[in-house]
Design a protein around this ligand. Structure first.
Ligand SMILES: [Zn+2]
Length: 279
């Protein structure tokens, strides 16, 4: 079966799946409180673009984009060594509870999901900041524990985020399963989980599609997956989605996840989707 991910984290890796590679001990046994870092964008240019507005191009507009985006890199490097902290039950929305966080999955070669999500999140951040977007990350590094899924959701809510994007990769033991999907809360629990979140899901899906990434062959439809069980989405009062970039157990996708070039490609696609939403 698949590791049905989650902001709430891919629960423990699926039965029979290898345990993620050992991680260095965290600097603290406590859960890091979000938001962990805020990156302030550069000031807007004083002059208007030289290109006439009427010119139609295939590229995005070059003007700065306003708004705060919260990026949530799934899991954390210290989670595996701190089961007590990670297994603590926290509110998950819809009257349920879930473990604080999970270890995430890994490629068959042992490249862990948390390292992938961290790298991609930093790359997305850099692209967005260059476009004038203020970015908040839900964790400050890839060596800590947590934060819990409810705290990750609170980071987006407290930042009054224009968009919240959680970044994950799946761990289906079906090695032929591949492709990405974007999850959103359904049925929605508030107005922001309705049309705004669905629109964000579509723009991120379209960004991934335009970059050439294949739609999931095994979850959702047309790259979209309505979910009622993801704590981070359930607890969000802002437009929020969770992108599962693909299957870490698929050889082709594992190679992309593990390389800097591949990570940059995923980041560019996700950033394009976010910018399309903000535009
Ligand atoms: Zn995950």
């Amino acid at each position: 079966m698949t590791c049905l991910l989650a902001l709430a984290g891919c629960g423990a890796p699926a039965a029979g799946s290898p345990t993620p590679a050992p991680v260095p001990p965290p600097s603290s046994s406590s859960v890091a409180p979000p938001p962990s870092s805020v990156t302030t964008p550069p000031p807007a240019p004083a002059s208007t673009p030289a290109t006439p507005r009427a010119t139609v191009t295939a590229t995005r507009p070059a003007s700065p984009v306003s708004g705060v985006v919260v990026l949530d890199p799934g899991h954390n490097g210290g989670n595996a060594a701190n089961p007590a902290a990670i297994n603590r039950q926290v509110p998950a929305g819809r009257g349920r509870t879930k473990p604080c966080n999970t270890t995430g999955t890994a490629t068959n070669a042992g490249f862990p999901e948390h390292a992938f999500t961290w790298s991609v999140a930093l790359r997305v951040r850099d692209i967005l900041v260059a476009r004038g977007v203020k970015v908040v990350l839900t964790r400050p590094n890839d060596t800590g524990v947590g934060p819990c899924v409810d705290a990750r959701a609170a980071a987006g809510n407290n930042a009054d985020a224009a968009a919240v994007v959680s970044i994950h990769a799946d761990g289906s033991t079906n090695a032929s399963a591949r492709g990405f999907h974007v999850a959103y809360s359904a049925p929605p629990l508030n107005a922001q989980q309705g049309e705004p979140s669905l629109r964000l899901a579509r723009t991120v899906r379209d960004g991934m599609r335009a970059a050439g990434f294949p739609l999931s062959t095994y979850i959702g439809a047309q790259g979209l997956s309505p979910r009622a069980d993801l704590a981070g989405l359930n607890l969000s009062t802002r437009p929020a989605v969770l992108v599962e970039c693909g299957n870490m157990r698929n050889a082709t996708e594992a190679a992309a996840f593990s390389s800097a070039t591949g990570q940059q490609s995923y980041a560019k696609a996700i950033a394009a989707g976010i910018l399309a939403y903000l535009a």
